[in-house]
Design a protein around this ligand. Structure first.
Ligand SMILES: [Zn+2]
Length: 150
């Protein structure tokens, strides 16, 4: 038996790995792969519902449970002693893939590190042009406000 968090991490990590292997054009069309990771993690934990529904024990102990991200293999072959280390490795695997996906997203949006800086400079230059125009307009009609006040 593996820990529940180990099953969750295996499912979510596998989903993140598949998403990472997709071409960027397809990946961008996915609505939210964080939700996909959570759903995959929950899917990987489903055979453990036998702890609450004894009718499912037969399914949990059969190889059919491998449909749920190798649940049977994790419980009876890979990690039969419920070790913390195995679950920690799986959580590390999931977190690493998640960070890689986040980094990929960032570099796809900002392919050049200096692009952010140049965008900032453009905005700064635009604002100075606007402020210059405001100054010129106020210079052309210098006494308009003072006339209203007077
Ligand atoms: Zn199990």
């Amino acid at each position: 038996m593996s820990m529940a968090i180990g099953h969750f991490a295996a499912g979510a990590g596998a989903a993140f790995a598949v998403v990472h292997l997709l071409p960027p054009t397809v990946r961008r069309k996915l609505p939210n792969y964080g939700v996909l990771g959570i759903l995959s993690g929950v899917w990987a934990m489903l055979p453990d519902l036998c702890n609450f529904i004894p009718l499912l024990v037969g399914f949990h102990n059969s190889r059919w449970a491998n449909i749920f991200f190798l649940h049977y293999s994790m419980d009876f072959i890979i990690d039969p002693r419920d070790s913390i280390l195995a679950s920690a490795v799986l959580v590390g695997f999931m977190m690493t893939l998640m960070l890689i996906l986040l980094a990929d997203d960032f570099w796809e949006r900002y392919p050049k590190p200096l692009q952010m800086l140049s965008t900032f400079r453009l905005q700064k230059g635009t604002s100075s042009v606007i402020s210059r125009q405001i100054c010129q307009n106020s210079d052309s009609k210098p006494n308009e406000n003072t006339r209203k006040g007077a």
